[in-house]
Design a protein around this ligand. Structure first.
Ligand SMILES: [Fe+2]
Ligand SMILES: [Fe+2]
Length: 244
């Protein structure tokens, strides 16, 4: 099933075709159907709870999105120690993903402030999601990476809808926070729209990496050249003057 919703929505984005998914990964077999169904269930919950409040939606979902990379890195690290084998670069890739997702969160808390109710939801969801994802990764790392691949497909879609809200004038296109301008090396006059475009590019990259890792664990071939380009990120997460 092709994900038609993700077509280019604006001539400006036509320059960014490699950020957008060419194809949705069609689920095959129990593991992939489970991953896809689980993702769609969470998507339904997010749609019901947030509707079009994309700034708040981004905050809560980024607190979840930053979990799988760290769980995957931890469990891969422990498995490599036990088996005394090389990790083929997986651990750094997954840790970088977790850090990148945390930077999405640091950016969006500058844009929208979570309510006390959302903070409570974040606390509960983190416990439930961390424990369930940890168990899922132990039982089937392949399914866990497929889940993340599908999560990221949904993230790309959510940020595309966020862009639509900004372009339609329903969400104010405010100046980009300084932390975001620094991290993605954006110009001084960058706006929220520019931030959402680079965040979506990050998500597209994570999507392809995680589907690729799931493919590898399934014994299938994976061509790294098909992975969506990753934006350049600053080596230091914060500009010097923001360091306390
Ligand atoms: Fe993210
Ligand atoms: Fe993500």
């Amino acid at each position: 099933m092709a994900n038609n919703v993700l077509e280019i929505d604006d001539p400006l984005q036509a320059d960014n075709t490699d950020n957008l998914p060419a194809l949705h990964h069609s689920p095959n077999g129990f593991s992939e159907r489970f991953a896809y169904g689980f993702t769609k269930l969470l998507r339904f919950c997010a749609d019901t709870f947030f509707a079009k409040r994309y700034g708040h939606r981004a905050i809560v979902l980024e607190t979840v999105a930053a979990v799988p990379g760290m769980v995957g890195a931890t469990l891969t690290h422990l498995r490599c120690l036990r088996r005394m084998v090389d990790d083929d670069g997986w651990i750094r890739t997954l840790m970088e993903e977790a850090e990148n997702e945390r930077m999405h969160l640091m950016t969006f808390v500058e844009i929208a402030q979570p309510s006390w109710f959302e903070r409570m939801i974040i606390l509960i969801v983190q416990w439930v999601f961390y424990v369930s994802f940890f168990i899922l990764y132990l039982v089937s790392a392949k399914t866990a990476h497929r889940v993340v691949g599908y999560f990221e497909e949904e993230a790309v879609l959510s940020y595309t809808l966020y862009l639509d809200e900004i372009d339609a004038g329903r969400t104010e296109n405010i100046p980009a926070p300084e932390i975001a301008r620094h991290y993605w090396n954006l110009s001084d006059d960058a706006t929220l729209r520019d931030v959402v475009i680079v965040v979506r590019q990050d998500e597209a990259h994570h999507r392809d990496v995680n589907h690729g890792l799931a493919d590898q664990l399934d014994g299938r071939s994976f061509d790294p050249a098909t992975v969506a380009a990753y934006p350049i990120h600053a080596p230091e997460l914060k500009p010097e003057k923001l360091n306390g």
